[in-house]
Every structure is written in C-alpha cells, then in structure tokens.
Design a protein around this ligand. Sequence first.
Ligand code: GLA
Ligand code: ZN
Length: 685
Amino acid sequence: MMKKWRPVIRNFPHMVHGADYNPDQWLNHPEIIEEDMRLMKLAGMNSVSLGIFAWKALEPAEGVYTFEWLDRMMDQLHENGMKVVLATPSGARPAWMDLSHPEVLRVNRNLEKNLHGGRHNHCYTSPYYRRKTAEMNRMLAERYKDHPALGMWHISNEYGGECYCENCQNAFRNWLREKYHNNIEELNEQWWTYFWSHTYSDFDEIEVPSDRGEHMIHGMNLDWKRFVTHQTKTFMENEIRPLREITPDIPVTTNMMETFEGYNPWELAQSVDVISWDNYPAWHENTRKDWEVAADVGFNHDIFRSLKKKPWFMMESTPSLVNWHRVNKLKRPGMHLLSSVQAIAHGADSVQYFQWRKGRGASEKFHGAVIDHVGHEHTRVFHEVKQVGDLLKQLDEVVGTNVEAKAAIIFDWENRWALNDLQGLSDKRNYEQTCKQHYRSLWRQGIATDVISQDSDFSGYHLIVAPMLYLLKPHVADRLKEFVKNGGTLVTSYATGYVNENDLCFMGGFPGDGMMDVTGVWAEEIDSLFEGQENSSRIDLGKGEKTYRIYDFCERVHPRNECKTLAVYDKDFYQGEPALTRNQYGDGCCYHMAARFETEMLFDFYEKICKESGVNPVLEVNIPEGVSIQERVSEDTAYYFIMNFTDKIQSILLPENKEIKDLAGNEVHQLQLGTFDVKIVKETK
Ligand code: GLA
Ligand code: ZN
C-alpha cells in the first residue's frame, strides 16, 4: 500500500479538468470571453492552460510589452474559480523576431534555413533565443508570482525537432569533446571510424549527420540524438531557471508526446516537477479493435507514469476528433468518458483538452474542441465533456494515489534509436510494436505494469520484460543479473546484447557484456524471414500442447550449462534447435525467446510466468476480451477502474472474498458494463 502524493497543483486536492485556452485569438471579441466563463463552469471545468503560442500578444514589437490582456484574463479566470496552467510562449515566435534575429530560425537536415512561419521551428542553441525566452519567462513569473490563479507552469509546447545551423554544429562538437575527454582517438575507437577512411584527426573535422552527408556511422548518429536531447533539455532548463527562482512553489511541467522518437523523455523528465503528455489515440479504426488501441494507449500512459513513478498530468486530449489523422473519426458516444477515465486509471490526476473553443480560421479550425463554432452548450460533445466533469468531481479521494507495479517492460529510447538505425536484420524490427505486443499480454490480464528504461531502478519488480534489448549501456547487464540472482524473472529475446552504448558490437558472443550467464544461451546467428515465411513451435504453456506461429526473426541459440530448452523450431535447417529456453540463475530465472512469436503465444506465456513469479492481476476476476482493469492505491484503499473497450455488454463477477463498494459506498458483487462503459469501485483494506 502506498502513501498519497500531494496534489499536482498545490492546495488543489481535486481532479483537474481543463483545456488549452487561447483568448489571445479572441481579444477583439470580449463577449466571447465573457461567454467562455459561463460555459467553462457549466462544463465542470476548473483549469485552463493559458498563453501557449501567445508571444505576439505579449510582445508585439521588440521590447514593447502588452501583458494587460493576460492580467485581465488571470483575474477573470480566478473570479470564475479556474486554476491557470500558465504557458511560456516559446513554442512559436512573432515575425519581427525571425526577421530581426534570423539565428533563431532552424536549419533543416538539408542544411537550408527555414523561413518564418509554423511553430516549433527554432534553434535550441541560439544565444539570442535562449536569452529572450529567459527574459520573457522572468517577466511572466514576476508579474504573476502572487496571483492566486497560478497553479502550474507549462513550459513551451511539445518540444521537438532539431537544427543543423553553425551554432548547433559547434555545440555538437563541444558536446563530443566533453563526452570523449577531448580525445579524438577515443571517439574514433567508439565510432569505429577506421571504416571507409572516416578517421578524424580533430573534433573540428566533424560535420553533423545531415541529408547531405550521411556518414553511416551509427555511433555518430546515436551521439547526435543524445546531443539533440541535451540541447532540448538545456533549452528547457534555461526557460525554467527564472521560474524556479521567482516561484519556487509552483510546479513546472512540459507537455510531451506519446512515443515521440526525437528526444529521450527520460532526460527531460529529470528537469521538471510534473510529467505531462498529450494523448490523441485513433479510436474506431478499420484495422484494429478499440481494445487493441486501448492497450497501446495504456502502454503510453504507463511510460509517462513510470518517468517519475507518481501521478501525472494529461495535458491534452480531444473531446471529439483531431484534424491530423488520415481519417478523423468522431469518438463514439461514451468513448470520451471512457478514454478520459483510462488516463486517470493509469495514474493521471487531470483530464485536459486541446482545446476549449474552436478557432475561426487557420489549420486547427476543424480540430475538436469543447465549444464548437455554433457557440452554445447544446452539442453532443459539450454534453459528454460535462459528464467527465461530473465524474471527476466525485474522484477527489483518488487524487495523489498511485499505481503499484510488480511487472515492468523495458522500452528504452537509446536502444530504439540504435535498433532503428542499424543496417541489417530486416525492416521488420518494429521495436515499439514488439514492446507493445508484450505489454498487451500483461494488460489484458489486468496486471499493473511500469514501462521503464534500461537506466531505471530494477528493484521492487518481480518480472522484467526486456524485448530486443540490442544496446546495453554500461552496468545494465550486471544490474539485470543482480535482479535475477535476487529472485526476479527476466524475459529476453532475439537481438539482445549485440552492441554497447556506442553501437560497437560486443566481442566474444551475443548476448554480450556477461548476459550469456543470465540468459543461459549463446546466440550464434539470427535469421530474418520474408513476409509469408513462417516457422512454428509446439509448446505446453499450461494450456496443453499448442503449435504457435513464428515469423520475422529466428535466432539460433545454444543453451549453456543448466539452461533448459522449453520449445524447439519445427522446421528449416535449424529444426529441433531451441526457440524458447529457461535458465535458472541464483534465486530467479531468465526466459529467452529466440524467435518472434505470435500474440497468442505471448498471452499464454505471460499468464503462466506471471503466476510463477508472483505477479498477480490487480483483481482476481475473469476478464473478458476487450475489458481492462487498472488499480490505483493509497495507504488504505484500492480503486479499481473497470473499462469496457468493446461494444458488447460485459459482466464481471467480483471476488466473493472482497468487500467492494461503488463510489457512493454501496456494496457491489457484480458489474454490468454497456458499450464503452466504465465502472469505478473501491476496496478499503
Ligand atoms: C498538439 C499541440 C496542440 C494542438 C494539438 C492538436 O498536441 O500541442 O497545440 O496542435 O496537437 O491535436
Ligand atoms: Zn541551430
């Protein structure tokens, strides 16, 4: 049982229900802003994110400041009971800035300078922009530090992208100098530049990996991505510094994007107080079932919770549709409440939208919003938003409770960069999908799962799943061994431990860096399969002997010492060789999946090994396909979120030995869930 965390917004022990609010688009329409206040209260909102992209409205010309509208907005919102998540405006810039200080404009991968326009197109190195953003943020903090509406800082908006300008190139070289101790020989060795005569004599010779000079040096590409993360992070820290100094009690967040590959979120997470992210799943697709989408969304939520292992903030979601999917589908009735509760179930203490009111023009005029162009509250979407507001009001007691996971999946950004960049195997590497496929097997059993990086603390877990952990950073192998030795269960797969943190292959056999001891196998070689080519394996995973399909990858492994072969390939020249092994190591064990198995196998496999390793579902009930059960816990209460992501009526019989109540305190024994329905029940311990 866990202690409760303080509410994300200080002294505000409620679920936050809010939206991006852009009154700077409506300054010529005071009547609209007046009406917004009425409608926000009616929708059960208690918060807005304000000032995102408002630089022009705050500084219309260099050195000319017009904060008055924001003063009025802060007061007006406060008078209407709203908290403000106040944004720094660095996500987009006014034309005057780009024209007078072109160094802020990004240079693209083709080494061409962008023109003014769009957003998120600035250079993170530009000394001018760093100075300017810090000054702007200082002014905001000075002005609103004592304002009662100020609840949290929203730093910029969805940082992302990279710049190849001269300033960035120089910064990259300096970053490399520091990493490689000013020793070019060390860099040459780690990048294996001896290949194709790429050996450098000096750091100054290094050019960035751009579209005009593809070096094929994987170590360089990796370092470039690390550098981009570093540059983004220090840009953000530069934004945060004046805010922390002037308003030390106001938490700071930046809204991140699902599994965005461009920077490593684990790095940015260290510099903020609260994790937030923007959640835009594509529901109701033609190729995937909604519950499959829901499992993937659960994976995303669990990443962001795991970043700090505490309640987090859903900064954006849409109340209806987006405008940037290939096909922009309306959320079916009920889905809005269900998907909002799903975030809460995975540890969010907020439901926020992009955006409050649809703009009249420009690119997002048809993006879903709480208030449509019609302007009033008599819409389906408004009604569903209000339902969310009504429900969130009943969830004060859940605020600050957390998720307790005994299982974890390693989905590691640096590993992902290396896997995606490697030349070899096949184009079916699909690291992200593979991690999600494993995750889904835990999700459908109702097992609380953290999604962690290879640098995360492994203690406290009973089960760690590490699919395709191709790149091993220093000490990770030792830490995994320690975990297993102390009784943990580890699952590894083909393509484990091939390279070090700079993409240099381990010598002496894969999985390298000592991982052969714990996995109990030497992986001699790996075969990639074409579409339509398959292998299979007969295994008894507690459901009787079944034949499971194998596709994409077959590694040829040799069990060592006591390692046991649990299943073998049915055909090809490696017929009879191990496809699945189990190695006892200290008090724990490691399963190695030498091949990529079909989902059905993973379902059966994880059911079996979760039981074995003492990883229990949050609620011991029979879970029908498409239903998700998640749990949040405090010191004395467990809250169960039972969510039906299908259009079928589902019924769940609750365990007889537990006293489970609904939010009103009435005992419940059985739950009936309609289409896209959700029930929240609790158990006091
Ligand atoms: C992102 C941005 C928002 C908006 C939405 C639209 O999350 O942060 O400004 O563009 O997408 O879905
Ligand atoms: Zn730059």
